[in-house]
Design a protein around this ligand. Sequence first.
Ligand code: FE2
Ligand code: FE2
Length: 270
Amino acid sequence: MFPMIQLGKQDGSNLLEMEDALYGMYLEAKRVSEDIAATVEPPRFYRDKAREVELSRRMLDSHPIAQAALRTVERYDTKIGHGLSHVVKVAVDAGALILIESAGMTPVEMRDRLVLLAHVAGILHDVKRSEPDHASRGAEEARKIINAYDLSEKEREAVVKAIGNHEAFRTPETLRSPQSQLISDALYDADKFRWGPDNFTETVWLMVSPHRIPLKVLLEHFLPSLEGIGKVRETFRTVTGREYGPNFIDCGLEIGMRLYAELSGRNWEE
Ligand SMILES: [Fe+2]
Ligand SMILES: [Fe+2]
């Protein structure tokens, strides 16, 4: 998202802890970004697909395997990259994409199983976020974690492949099973939805705070980074992702441009 800025370890699972770790100037800049975001219409996906998003959230909250995966990533704390809030949103939206894309699928138990696998993939996808080639490393780590879960070998393989395929601007592996392909594509799209408003209200602050990167330096990288974000518009993989993904990105870019104008107009010298 801000690819020119080095990523590092951070927690972010707890807002208070995260805010403790931030400089006062980050807190102020984050508050500015939230104020701007509050004036921008949220991505249309959440209006049009509210029912599926809500159902996905309820399924995630109630399934013991999804809850076990959540407890596992909590133990990884400093290594989960963009934070627990990020992986939960990815999981919920990936599940919603499955519900939308598999509408009418019978039996419904099969659809619900795909939602569960998308949830597990979403929760675990960034478990190696702080390492190089984090999608492949995360897939390997997820394989070890889910071996303990009550899943079939085919289901485990679908989760592992989806995680290995989630990096932007890399050619994904084409999967043989349409169900595995759907989980993989849904995970990718739900993760890239986060390159919208969340990038400016949450992710960028989690990325810069561990390194104490001065805001002046962040601002120098800001406009080239927006260009990189814009390029993801063309990469969404599901039918629904292609329909709604570009709107996420446009909402984010609007916030980003206004944030840049606001922050670069201030003196951030300490
Ligand atoms: Fe990732
Ligand atoms: Fe992610």
